[in-house]
Design a protein around this ligand. Structure first.
Ligand code: GLN
Length: 494
């Protein structure tokens, strides 16, 4: 097995015993990237020299006291919507094609402090808008499990790179499912933390009341390690919540005997139209597995879930229209080299700098916020959001976690939905309510159908990341899905 194929916790043991060096892991990752990423297109920017220099420096300065820190010497990929000082951060957009941030996001500061080694910036849907990574200005990322299919989105580059062993772990962001969706389509683990647990300082905003940065990893243990590194209060993010710091690895217990699982009828028994049989079957099998392992489950109802998709898209687009107003080519972003009147220059810059989906959302969001329509759309969506939150609060009075599918179907073909925005939005049916409620959720591998992965979604109450990690870990310890690897190397398109 090559070093890039191991999990972070396996590599940490090898590093600690001095069996391997940090540099050797970085070299193994770049060997894989150089072989396959021309086809997979998971990275937008590579920072090989910096990664090699840093890993050598870490190797030379390794000392006993460094080993208390989790993930010291472990490489990772960073989604390209997270600011990296001196390294261009494009958001998958022509608008920011040449933008080089003058500062690091808080999470980047943290991973550097902990001695992690960034390999580069990961491909994504433009401004994190999408569920397939097809809207990237830098071209689609391919799904390592089937190269004609999408890796999910918007953090598709992060998930595809983890699944293909180009990196050991990665950071993604999740506004309405963008960590969990690609984790599900690529058979890796993706954790969306509670809103306010991880600092958003330096995360380029799409819909700031919904989004969180989180780990995309090869297994649940690694997700707990990376969450431990990035979680924590940050006074520079006004929505950051001051909770006690935790070592999330303490929840890695193979035991669900005290766990009560809720299965929302709306998710699974009634089944949402368009949900694949194979997904429903795998999710039920997973629930039964957990029951056999000692958990109890009950069916319950979250009646407002059916309104979550329209409420999410109205709120997300409204926030996007406001957040993206700054990209006029004058203060920020792409600027055409033409001598035109100011308003014409701005509208040209935005017409050329943004792709079709981003422009669509800016227009719809502006419409939803406009005088006369605000009450009818935006305000109503906010009220629905409150009701959804209350539904979750009520459910968590009776159960510890909620379980259902992550995605309604398997990864779809590249090109299948990109020209049908509504069909693309429907893919988020099971994920967006979690962001509206602000609660944490994880997607873990739970099956395959025709060689394509299926993801299980475990949702917890606010700040109960520990509980969802415990359930996810127990499931993983008693199954083999996370051990299966895509066999893409023989099928790359070159
Ligand atoms: N697919 C959803 C959207 O397009 C979610 C995106 C995200 O989580 N960043 O808005």
């Amino acid at each position: 097995m090559d070093l890039n194929e191991f999990t972070a916790h396996e590599l940490l043991e090898k590093l600690e015993s001095q069996e391997i060096s940090a540099e050797s892991i970085v070299l193994a990752c770049f060997e894989q990237i150089e072989r396959f990423d021309k086809d997979l297109n998971a990275f937008i920017t590579l920072t090989k020299d910096a990664a090699l220099d840093l890993s050598k420096e870490l190797d030379n300065t390794f000392s006993k006291d460094q080993w208390g820190k989790p993930l010291f010497g472990i490489p990772l990929g960073i989604k390209d919507t997270i600011s990296t000082k001196g390294i261009r951060t494009t958001c998958g957009s022509k608008m920011l094609e040449n933008y080089v941030p003058p500062y690091d996001a808080k999470v980047v500061e943290l991973i550097k402090t902990f001695g992690m080694v960034p390999l580069g910036k990961m491909n994504m849907d433009e401004f994190a808008m999408g569920s397939s990574t097809e809207s990237s200005y830098f071209g689609s990322t391919l799904n390592p499990w089937s190269l004609e299919r999408v890796p999910g989105g918007s953090s598709g580059g992060s998930a595809a790179a983890v699944a293909s062993d180009e990196t050991i772990m990665a950071l993604g962001t999740d506004t309405g499912g963008s960590i969990r969706c690609p984790a599900s389509f690529c058979s890796v683990v993706g954790l969306k933390p509670t809103y306010g647990l991880v600092s958003r300082y330096g995360l380029i905003a799409y819909a700031n009341s919904l989004e969180q940065i989180g780990p995309i990893t090869k297994d649940v243990h690694d997700a707990a390690l990376l969450l431990t590194v990035i979680a924590g209060y940050d006074p520079k993010d006004s929505t950051s919540i001051d909770t006690p710091e935790e070592d999330y690895t303490k929840y890695l217990q193979d035991d669900v005997s005290s766990i009560k699982i809720g299965v929302p009828q709306e998710f699974i028994s009634e089944g949402i139209e368009g949900t694949d049989e194979s997904v429903i079957k795998s999710v039920w099998a997973a629930i039964q597995k957990l029951e056999n392992l000692g958990a109890v489950y009950t069916e319950l109802s979250l009646p407002s879930l059916k309104y979550s998709l329209p409420a999410y898209y109205i709120i997300a687009m409204s926030e996007a229209s406001s957040n993206l107003a700054r990209y006029d080519g004058i203060r920020y972003g792409y600027r055409i080299e033409k001598d035109k009147a100011m308003d014409e220059t701005i509208s040209q810059n935005r017409r050329i700098g943004f792709g079709a989906e981003v422009r669509r959302r800016i227009m719809l969001g502006t419409y939803a916020l406009s005088a006369g329509y605000y009450d009818q759309y935006y305000l109503k969506a906010l009220k629905v959001r409150t009701i959804i939150k209350q539904d979750f609060e009520k459910a968590f009075q009776d159960v510890d976690v909620l379980i259902g599918p992550t995605m309604p179907y398997l990864s779809f073909k590249i090109g299948e939905k990109i020209d049908d925005p509504l069909a693309m939005y429907l893919a988020d049916i099971y994920t967006v309510s979690v962001n509206l409620a602000g609660v944490p959720a994880i997607s873990i591998p739970c099956g395959f159908e025709n060689g394509l992965p299926i993801g299980l979604q475990i949702i917890g109450n606010s700040f109960k990341e520990g509980q969802i990690l415990q359930v996810a870990y127990t499931f993983e310890q008693n199954t083999r899905y996370h051990k299966q690897k895509p066999d893409f190397s023989k099928r790359v398109l070159t």
